[in-house]
Design a protein around this ligand. Structure first.
Ligand code: GLY
Length: 360
């Protein structure tokens, strides 16, 4: 029998960030991962840190998202120092664009709300957009620039958190599926894994993304997560196409290093399949070519899909079970797992240590 202070179900970017933080604070921590760490939605993500691009109006998660975005420069430096991995952190802003006057009006409303919330939001005419990003179509009605948003290389971030967790003492058990949570006298006691082996732990944290539902049944309030599949394409271009991500209604083109551009992403609810339909790819390519005509000349590199973990309440579950001591959930980060990963690690470690929010 193996015993830990904390055992995390799920080795995605959220689970690894929590493990890295708990190990740093001296907790003997393990991660159980049914496949390979960081190999699901963490690997598939575009890596947008789109706090303002994703939220157009107030949501309780907006504040945590802002806090997480603020943590990235330090997290990037710390992860690089500890693991040697460059997470490709870029704070060059995100452009949100409008093709019609109606869309521009909605952007104006969003920008006014952002400004009132104390976040910079610069409205731009179509001409001003063309001055900044000359290869965008000249047919745009305008847009808004959010200078504090940015992006990272999602697979690098997931790998960096995994390596940091390992370096700080976390043990990661890959190809090890959690099968049953063990609760004794109202307290978390451990997890039974495939083959019947028991991992003892006083604290269990459910971070299994779209696969969390079977474990969440202990919360007995209908909590569930489900997949929202997204398909994405990468292309390569020697010519610089855009300098910062271009975003429109959930569609985006994200410039990465070495001439790579990610084009994403489709949205398919409750689809666990990984296949990439031509339909989705064609929709992405058509929108990309309309907004950024020069992308037609780029070379196709790859296409993939990932399963965003949506939660039944719309926002992530990041809480301790009210009745079972030591049982926690941190899952359902939907479109924002990469963005929220630094804050989620700290939030959950603070919960474990009973440090009130905003403490330290
Ligand atoms: N964060 C962007 C997406 O989920 O497509």
């Amino acid at each position: 029998m193996t015993s830990y202070d904390a055992c995390i179900i799920g080795g995605g970017v959220i689970g690894c960030s929590i493990a890295a933080e708990l190990s740093k604070r001296g907790y003997k921590t393990a991660i159980l991962e049914r496949g390979k760490a960081g190999n699901e939605s963490s690997r598939a993500a575009a890596g947008l840190l789109g706090v303002q691009a994703e939220w157009d109006e107030y949501d309780p998660l907006f504040d945590l998202a802002k806090e997480s975005r603020r943590m990235f420069p330090e997290a990037a430096a710390e992860l690089r120092l500890e693991t040697g991995i460059d997470i490709g952190y870029e704070e060059k802003g995100i452009y949100k664009i409008a093709e019609t006057e109606e869309e521009l009006h909605l952007l104006e409303q969003a920008a006014a709300w952002q400004t009132a919330a104390g976040e910079p939001a610069l409205m731009m005419t179509g001409r001003e957009l063309s001055e900044k990003e000359p290869l965008l179509t000249s047919a745009l009605a305008g847009g808004v620039f959010y200078p504090k948003d940015g992006h990272v290389i999602a697979p690098a971030l997931a790998k960096a958190y995994e390596q940091a967790a390992l370096a700080r003492g976390t043990e990661i058990f890959e190809n090890t599926a959690a099968e049953e949570l063990l609760v004794s006298s109202g307290k978390a006691a451990g997890i039974m894994v495939s083959g019947g082996k028991v991992i003892e732990a006083e604290r269990i944290i459910i971070s299994a993304g779209a696969w969390s539902t079977p474990f969440l049944k202990h919360f007995q309030c209908g909590m569930e997560t489900y997949p929202v599949k997204g398909e994405m394409i990468s292309v390569l271009s020697r010519k610089r196409l855009v300098h910062a991500p271009i975003y429109k209604n959930g569609f985006y083109i994200v410039p990465k290093r070495e001439g790579r551009y990610l084009i994403g992403a489709t949205v398919m609810e409750r689809d666990y399949s990984k296949h990439i339909a031509l339909n989705g790819m064609m929709g992405l390519m058509e929108t990309a070519a309309r907004i950024l005509p020069s992308i037609r000349e780029a070379s196709f590199e790859d296409a993939w899909s990932g399963l965003r973990p949506q939660s039944s309440k719309g926002d992530p579950f990041m809480e301790e079970h009210p009745g079972i001591k030591g049982l926690y959930a941190c899952t359902g980060h939907y479109r924002n797992g990469i963005l929220l990963s630094p804050a989620a690690g700290k939030w959950m470690a603070d919960l474990v240590e009973k440090i009130p929010a905003g403490g330290h």
